[in-house]
Design a protein around this ligand. Structure first.
Ligand SMILES: NC(=O)c1ccc[n+]([C@@H]2O[C@H](COP(=O)([O-])OP(=O)(O)OC[C@H]3O[C@@H](n4cnc5c(N)ncnc54)[C@H](O)[C@@H]3O)[C@@H](O)[C@H]2O)c1
Ligand SMILES: [Zn+2]
Ligand SMILES: [Zn+2]
Length: 382
């Protein structure tokens, strides 16, 4: 089969790889019909994630058709069309039993914090991902769901991570009716969080980024009030000014460790490696939220940070909640919202790229060129 493979930082290419095979009775092999590139894949692409091995295939957002199932699989048969959550999870361990699918205890023997994620290095279990023609899906009775007939393929694809994660971000913000919600980052996760905040009763939704074309998308897709942080001396002072100097009620960090906007943080992280990335978006969230407010962190962070304003978070009495999204938990409600016409996740998609040209896709997405917001990958056999 053809598959995207990692060759080292900023280098990916399509190669022939052996077809995946059933390795456990509850595996399925899925022929990928659509995959996507996530902002999280950029952390891999930039060489920031430990134990990203040469030859690893990325891709944790994909839908496709079941080709073969293992002998114990009961819920799927060959020919079924499935959407596959980005988390690999067993469904029965202590954590899965409590809905913490992204923290499954049985799928990533190397880690005590992170569960299993398709195509996300050996740090996330070493599973090959879906930016390929075929992919092995472990726990086939647990993760995938059959795509309902009425659901558009591209909406289904956006539910495998980006939209569900944004929705989860808004859920963790514990938004009360009328709240002012600030979303940092106008990538797919931020856009989905902003759109979802309205569904949860927000009275005002603000999106901050420095890419003007993405802020335009935030206005159009998420009906948000937008600010370009590069045009203001201090985005935190700006947030205070526009909220009667109280601060926003809820802030959602949809940026993570590769944040722009602060030279000192950039030097201490990317250059000097004194911390696992720049926590500037998290610090802006801590500073912008009112006392007693909530912070939801969807942006991905490495384990160690030295310059997080934790004392301020403590003294302001903030509630900080975070996790990798347990995507399948969000699906029932999101399917209702799509069916009722309240949301259209596929409207985030800006690019449809053949698998053979995926290297160009990574380049565009990483460099934020050509108005790219969400790239979809189409395998030749789809
Ligand atoms: N928790 C989860 O389950 C989960 C799932 C998917 C993605 N993620 C993470 O969420 C983050 C966003 O993902 P994405 O796909 O939207 O990525 P993306 O790279 O497309 O978007 C990030 C956006 O943040 C903007 N930005 C950079 N610095 C900023 C700052 N200081 N303030 C405000 N905006 C800033 C960028 O310009 C960009 O538009 C990533 O860190 C990704 O790893 C987490
Ligand atoms: Zn992702
Ligand atoms: Zn489990």
């Amino acid at each position: 089969m053809k598959a995207m493979t990692y060759r080292g930082p900023y280098k990916v290419r399509v190669e022939e790889k052996p077809d995946p095979t059933i390795q456990h009775p509850n595996d399925a092999i899925v022929r990928v019909e659509r995959a996507a590139i996530c902002g999280s894949d950029l952390h891999l692409y930039h060489g920031m994630i430990p134990d990203t091995r040469i030859g690893h295939t990325f891709g944790h957002e994909f839908i496709g058709r079941v080709v073969v199932v293992g002998s114990s699989v009961q819920t799927l048969t060959p020919g079924d069309r499935v959407m596959v959550p980005f988390n690999i999870f067993c469904g029965t361990c202590y954590f899965c039993a409590r809905g913490l699918f992204s923290n499954c205890h049985n799928v990533n023997a190397n880690a005590t914090a992170l569960g299993g994620i398709y195509g996300y290095s050996h740090t996330a279990g070493g599973y090959d991902g879906g930016q390929a023609e075929l992919v092995r899906v472990p726990f086939a009775d647990v993760g995938p769901s059959i795509i309902p007939d009425w659901l558009d393929d591209e909406d289904a694809l956006m539910l495998t991570d980006a939209f569900s994660t944004g929705y989860f971000g808004a859920q963790l913000g514990d938004i009360a009716e009328g709240d002012t919600v600030l979303v940092l980052g106008a990538g797919p996760v931020g856009l989905a969080a902003a759109r979802s905040a309205w569904l949860m009763g927000a009275g005002r939704v603000i999106v901050v980024d420095h890419l003007e074309y993405r802020l335009a998308k935030a206005r159009e897709f998420a009906f948000a009030e937008t600010y370009n942080f590069a045009e203001h001396d201090d985005v935190v002072v700006l947030m205070k000014k526009i909220t009667d100097y109280l601060g926003v009620d809820v802030a959602i960090d949809a940026v993570g460790a590769e944040a722009d906007g602060n030279l000192v943080q950039h030097i201490t992280s990317a250059k000097l490696k004194l911390q696992g990335g720049s926590p500037i978006a998290l610090n802006w969230a801590i500073d912008s939220v009112r006392k007693g407010g909530n912070i939801s962190v969807m942006g991905a962070y490495g384990p160690l940070f030295s310059a997080v304003k934790f004392g301020d978070a403590m003294n302001k009495g903030l509630t900080i909640r975070t996790n990798q999204a347990p995507v399948k938990r969000q699906w029932p409600r999101l399917l209702e919202h799509i069916q009722a016409g309240r949301i259209s996740p596929k409207d985030m998609i800006t690019h449809r790229i053949p698998l053979d040209e995926i290297a160009e896709g990574y380049h565009l997405f990483s460099a934020k060129l050509d108005g790219i917001v969400k790239p979809v990958i189409i395998p030749p056999s789809a």
